[in-house]
Design a protein around this ligand. Structure first.
Ligand code: MG
Length: 120
């Protein structure tokens, strides 16, 4: 499934549940943007909290993360992705794949001095 298909799936999912932000204007659009910011920060916070617990366990007991912890961590990364897809499709109405490629072309130029200069 490519990013366009994922975005359409997300919009359809949100439409079915009454959460579609695609046609909001003015204050309602600002409220959706506010919700998006809070939701993204919340999901990043959930991700970071699991990293905190993994780090604490490793530092205190020398135990690496369990498979369950890695699965939970990845689940939070997916939650972040869902809000990125939702915000991109419904608030910004942008093609995330296209924006990603444009940004990566900019990064190729921006970070060109670091190419092949990694210490070995
Ligand atoms: Mg979550």
């Amino acid at each position: 499934m490519d990013l366009g298909e994922i975005a359409r799936y997300q919009v359809e999912f949100d439409r079915k549940h009454g959460w579609d932000w695609s046609n909001l204007e003015g204050g309602e659009r600002i409220n959706a943007l506010n919700y998006l910011a809070v939701a993204l920060a919340g999901e990043v916070g959930e991700f970071c909290n699991i990293v905190k617990k993994i780090t604490r366990k490793y530092r205190s007991l020398g135990e690496p993360p369990s498979g369950r912890e890695i699965d939970e961590l990845y689940g939070e990364l997916v939650d972040v992705f869902i809000y990125i897809i939702k915000g991109s499709a419904e608030i910004f109405k942008k093609d995330l794949g296209e924006a990603y490629l444009k940004k990566m072309r900019e990064n190729e130029e921006r970070f060109k001095e670091f190419r092949e200069k990694r210490p070995r």
